[in-house]
Design a protein around this ligand. Sequence first.
Ligand SMILES: O=C(O)CCC(=O)C(=O)O
Length: 369
Amino acid sequence: MFSGQQRQFRDCLTYEERWEWLQSDFGQRVLSVRPRIHEAYVNGKLQMMIRDPHWIQQLNQWLIVANNSRFDRPVNAFDRASLRAHHSPASSTTAVYPFSEAHKLDFLIHGYMAHPNLIPPEILDEAVNFLNNRNLEDSHRPFISDFTTEPAILNLFYKSQVHALADTLLYGANPHPPTVVRQAQIAQRPPQQQHHHPLGAIFGFSRAANAAVGMNGKKWHIDGLAQESHSPFSLLIGVALSDQFEENSGNLCVFPGSHHSLSPFLKEFVSKGYLRHLQLQPGQALGPNVFEEYLEKPSLESPTQLLLSKGDVVVVHQKVAHRGSPNYSKQTRNMIYFRVASHHHHLHSNTEENLDNIWLDFQGMKDVL
Ligand SMILES: O=C(O)CCC(=O)C(=O)O
């Protein structure tokens, strides 16, 4: 709980002050109870909105939370049950996930690892049904992202081994407070039209080879950088809710080893002041994919397009560069993402220490470091 007077968003008068406020502990807590605005923060739109006087008026009204607010979002039956279960002393050590050494080496070297078929069938069915009943109003857009607190989706984390998996990476077998995720990202990629090369039919280019050419290059991001945060959380956990057996079916693409190889770039980018060093004028802002459109970054090659079945789980280090592939399949690609932070993460989340040692949050990796 916060005590005393906290500076409110409406008290900030310049772009810099507003941006600083959004990233402050208090600002982040206010965002945590404003899911729509939080989504805009995560996808980079809010950064543009706070340059625009029209939006400022709205945000001044939306981003007010009483100073003594406890920032609990409305508690429903699911929350009560899950918070009780996860905050009870008995759960202060969760089950230890049986990682093989090969898993940990994959994670260490490549920055990601896949765990097939990790979701119990009834939990998977509930989540898939929930998504199937959603209306994809914006299905003309290649990427649709939404944040949810829906129990059927949060259960993918709480009622499967995903919870133990995250805890084991973050804490090893050490006792620790329970990890709580309050929301998840629903990331959907509806089918899109493939632009055929005029000579493709004659020379017989395959779909994958044709599209894979466009996978190398500067279109990638590391979560947080567009919001001027180099280490906003520890782990990105993706749960596949649709089969992605072929490349260019909207797959999550990761650049193996980029959590290590991009370290010099990252340090320079942060020390230059993130995207601020571009000194964009109002109206000159980059588009919604702020960081992906930023050209002063290294070209990366040969991403791995993850081939997943419904119920597979992929665990990605927060500093791994990634992107989505186009979806030239016939069905919508559905992924759920959880962003998980260790309990000590906030102590060093945006410090140099976290740029120097990307394994700071991972007590469970000590045996392979
Ligand atoms: O569609 C995807 O899987 C990519 C999602 C992504 O890169 C993100 O939300 O940060």
